[in-house]
Design a protein around this ligand. Structure first.
Ligand SMILES: Nc1ncnc2c1ncn2[C@@H]1O[C@H](COP(=O)(O)OP(=O)(O)O)[C@@H](O)[C@H]1O
Ligand SMILES: [Mg+2]
Length: 269
């Protein structure tokens, strides 16, 4: 075990579907402790990029996790290297309890029967994950009764017990209440300190509140990258978001803008 920081380093990554380039020559570097948001219009290639990194779709180019090449490896090999992802729709086992879901994810080598038997002790890693995702009190309840947001947190917990150190989360707050979003943002901050976290997101308010850096994808390519302020001020970014459902993305009116307006109004008065 080294004390080196984890990182995800993507170089020249491309994905083609029958000649259509859904992801095109993408370069992306995310370091441990950085909470990176990956945004872009529908069809920009965000999910496909995650699929490529996690081995779900063939790709060319390179994606390394702390030096280990992922492209060309199988899904389970990539998971074993500590790269985990969530899907746009949560995929937990509804009939099993929260604890059983985490148990399965931890894959402690027990048979299904052992797994389903009532357990007297809980692995420390699972205890810790329960605490982190805020579901300790609900650990013996079936996952099916969880609220939408809680299911997403359980999925994140499943990645934590798998020891994933690179987490790729595909629209984790979609359909969440404002309160759940806030909780999720805080959760991402908690887990982001010692992990690489990439969050695909549509919700611009959520991004403004929690992103430490942002990469904008459009037409399969990286359009812009930087801090929230930098990408918001980028005319290229404003261009792709104009006239889309995400037009609310445009930066809010600043004090400087207001001062200019007032001056103009005064001039015309
Ligand atoms: N399996 C597939 N076969 C063909 N085209 C696909 C497939 N998956 C995604 N695409 C296309 O690739 C582009 C990127 O899709 P996607 O990665 O889902 O975008 P995003 O997640 O940014 O909304 C879209 O044009 C989509 O239609
Ligand atoms: Mg998507």
């Amino acid at each position: 075990m080294t004390m080196d920081k984890e990182y995800l380093e993507i170089r020249g990554l491309s994905v083609s579907f029958d000649g259509f380039k859904a992801v095109s020559e993408v370069d992306l570097t995310v370091l441990q402790g950085d909470l990176r948001f990956l945004i872009g219009p529908n069809g920009a290639g965000k999910t496909t990029l995650i699929d490529a990194i996690t081995g779900l779709t063939p790709a060319t180019g390179s994606a390394r996790k702390s030096g280990s090449e992922l492209i060309g490896k199988k899904v389970h090999q990539i998971a074993r290297l500590g790269v985990g992802r969530t899907f746009q729709t949560a995929s937990v086992f509804e009939q099993l309890t929260v604890l059983q879901n985490l148990d399965i994810a931890a894959g402690a080598g027990r048979s299904a029967v052992t797994l389903l038997r009532k357990r007297t002790s809980v692995l420390p890693a699972i205890e810790e994950a329960l605490e982190t995702i805020g579901l300790t009190a609900l650990r013996d309840r079936p996952a099916g009764i969880l609220a939408h947001g809680q299911k997403q947190w359980l999925e994140i917990g499943m990645l934590l017990v798998q020891n994933a150190s690179v987490l790729l989360l595909d629209e984790p707050v979609a359909g969440m209440s404002a309160e759940e979003r806030e909780e999720t943002g805080n959760l991402l901050r908690r887990i982001g300190d010692d992990r690489v976290v990439v969050v695909v997101e549509h919700d611009m308010d959520f991004m403004r509140a929690f992103a430490s850096s942002v990469t904008v994808l459009a037409g399969g390519r990286v359009l812009s990258e930087g801090t929230v302020e930098q990408v918001q001020a980028d005319p290229k970014v404003q261009q792709v978001y104009l006239g889309t459902a995400a037009a609310g993305y445009l930066p809010p009116v600043t004090a400087a803008d207001t001062a200019i307006d007032e001056k103009e109004e005064a001039a015309h008065a």
